[in-house]
Design a protein around this ligand. Structure first.
Ligand code: F3S
Ligand code: F3S
Length: 113
């Protein structure tokens, strides 16, 4: 799967969402998240991100490797106020903006970069 890491936080360009043929890039509050089971590894999203937040999982820079599991956690853990995101929603457009983040993203400070 492809993964969205720290550079997306508070930027949310959303150019990636337009490119994704399976609509598997979901919006939290401060960042977007790629669904690891819905992503077909087409790679179309990666070059359009202006802040280079997107990488294939094995190419995620070491300082951001926590984001690999964290993208999955967004879907596999029950988030406060967003129970409907658990599992495989099958399309970001139909789900809409979720409006909450994982703990890693919600508490992220860009000074850690
Ligand atoms: Fe974020 Fe880049 Fe997409 S900033 S919303 S990952 S285009
Ligand atoms: Fe979509 Fe990017 Fe995966 S365009 S299918 S999230 S590689």
């Amino acid at each position: 799967t492809y993964v969205i890491a720290a550079p997306c936080i508070d930027v949310l360009d959303r150019g990636c969402v337009e490119e994704c043929p399976v609509d598997c890039i979901y919006e939290g509050a401060r960042s977007l998240y790629i669904h690891p089971d819905e992503c077909i590894d087409c790679g179309a999203c990666e070059p359009v991100c202006p802040v280079e937040a997107i990488s294939y999982e094995s190419d995620v820079p070491a300082r951001w490797e926590d984001f690999i599991d964290d993208n999955a956690r967004f879907f596999h853990r029950r988030l406060p106020g967003a129970a409907e995101v658990v599992g495989s929603p099958g399309g970001s457009a139909k789900l809409g903006r979720v409006g909450v983040d994982t703990e890693l993203v919600g508490g992220y400070s860009h000074s850690n970069r």
